[in-house]
Write a protein that binds this ligand. Structure first.
Ligand code: GLN
Length: 483
């Protein structure tokens, strides 16, 4: 038998069914792997071991009952499967730190809606994962606690902001994880660590209980070792929620049904703007090879253009910072988290708690966001950015008249060296070039592995579809993976 930690979630289920191991064996195997590897990788902020082992015992009893009654197949798909959670998603009774000093000791009084779904499915939470502070960053180096390293090469960044989510799955310390994506934070680390990461359509997954960064862009999504696990986990979390006013009231789907190994007749659009300057040659070659593969498999490749997408980065950084400056106003040293000591006045509490509690990148964004929203500059920046946002969305609408999915690189490069870009925020922002247009227009996108560079570092390919057409993404991703 293969080592438990090498198994995909759907293979663990088969193991339960065939009585190869118990739920407790699986949970123990993962904690053993965490013990062996996480001193180097540093993906976890909090472990939930005691509860996880208790849960494993309960789930095992249910599995045994089901096996003896012949009802195993009616257990939920991911029953008894462990999962790890990004530390900006609330899990009742555990810390939600957002990798920030300001929330270092904040214990969540409730479960996020996605966590309710995960628990109802019978999944077992292993722990909470490192990230860039408040999800601001692309390398996981902005955590107030420690940087997470890339399991494929410990000198490299794991990507961000869901860096711990990617590293835990790639480093075999969890079979599945949840991340969040505001401008690429699921897809970029998935690409750097060689795993599958899905940013669902805005509104498909409830944001209730996700600490808000930029509310009009944030989405929670699954990060997994293969496309099938990804589809199964999305099916668990994608449900309408009246606790989130932006939740879309669309029927829940079983995305497993979309795992069709066939792209014949599908139109795959290649936007020239995403293959221009700044794209690393090896990344380009890998993605072009994947496009050739699709052609071979019977897809029709069409040239498309997304002309306004070149304004995506400034548009994103204006809107995201504006929303962040507003959302992060609640961390005032009174209601949440860290409070500075020796303060004389109320203003003192605000100023000192925020100055001491937030890290450099978070402060930079709050200042930028406050600036673009200020009376004299609102029209020039924020209002203008909203107009460009609409134009970018129109670009996608036009493009999808000509094709079913769009293929691009996920990131212009592979994982850079730890420390390489941390002094130059602009250089770091440029890495979000291909991922932010997707959040701006709200469409879904998935990153799947499509090769390695000459240093052996994973390369990711991004597939983008129309609003609520995750099924086509899974179909196209699955076909590539199977071939
Ligand atoms: N890297 C982007 C940023 O720093 C995206 C972050 C995210 O998606 N949370 O804003």
């Amino acid at each position: 038998m293969e080592n438990i930690i090498d198994l995909k979630a759907h293979e663990i289920r088969d193991g339960y069914k065939n009585k190869l191991f118990t739920c407790t064996d699986v949970v123990n195997a993962y904690y053993k792997s965490i013990e062996d590897n996480d001193n180097d990788i540093k993906a976890f902020i909090t472990l939930t071991k005691e509860d996880a082992l208790k849960e494993a015992e309960n789930k095992q009893k249910e599995i045994e009952n089901a096996l003896s009654n012949g009802t195993f197949d009616s257990l939920p798909t991911l029953f008894g499967i462990p999962i790890a959670i990004k530390d900006n998603i609330n899990v009742l009774g555990y810390k939600t730190t957002c990798a920030s000093k300001i929330l270092e000791n904040f214990v969540s009084p409730y479960d996020a809606t996605v966590i309710k779904h995960v628990k109802e499915e019978g999944m077992i939470i292993l722990g909470k994962l490192n990230m860039d502070e408040f999800a601001m960053g692309s390398s996981c180096e902005n955590s107030a606690f420690f940087a997470t390293k890339n399991p494929c090469n410990l000198d490299r960044v794991c990507g961000g902001s869901s860096g711990g989510s990617a590293a835990s799955v790639a480093g075999k310390m969890a079979p599945l994880s949840l991340g969040s994506d505001t401008g690429g934070s699921i897809r970029e680390p998935a690409s750097f660590c060689g795993i599958v990461g899905m940013k669902p359509t805005y509104g498909l997954v409830s944001r209730f209980g996700l600490v808000a960064f930029a509310s009009s862009l944030d989405q929670i999504g699954p990060m997994t070792r293969d496309v099938r696990d990804n589809a199964e986990l999305l099916s668990v979390i994608a449900k309408y929620d009246n606790m989130d006013s932006t939740s879309a009231n669309v029927p829940a789907k079983d995305y497993k049904n979309a795992l069709i190994n066939d792209v014949k007749g599908l139109k795959i659009g290649v936007p020239k703007e995403f293959f221009g300057d700044g794209l690393n040659d090896e990344v380009r070659a890998s993605v072009e090879k994947a496009i050739e593969k699709y052609k071979e498999l019977g897809a029709e490749i069409v040239d498309i253009s997304l002309p306004v997408s070149k304004y995506s980065l400034p548009t994103y950084y204006i809107i995201a910072c504006a929303e962040a400056s507003s959302n992060l106003g609640r961390f005032d040293g009174i209601r949440y988290g860290y409070r500075a000591s020796n303060c004389e006045t109320l203003k003192d509490i605000y100023r000192k708690s925020r100055s001491e509690g937030f890290g450099t990148e978070v402060k930079r964004r709050i200042i930028l966001g406050t600036y673009v929203l200020s009376a004299g500059y609102y029209d020039a920046y924020y209002k203008k950015a909203q107009k460009v946002r609409t134009a970018i969305k129109n670009d996608f609408d036009e493009a999808f008249k000509k094709c079913d999915v769009i293929v691009t690189p996920t990131v212009p490069t592979t994982a850079w060296k730890i420390g390489e870009k941390i002094e130059n925020p602009l250089e770091m922002y440029l890495m979000d070039l291909y991922t932010v247009p997707v959040n701006i227009s709200g469409v879904p996108a998935i990153s799947i592995p499509c090769g390695v560079d000459s240093d052996g570092l994973p390369i990711g390919m991004q597939l983008i579809a129309k609003h609520f057409d995750e099924e086509t993404l899974y179909r196209v991703a699955y076909t590539y993976e199977q071939n």
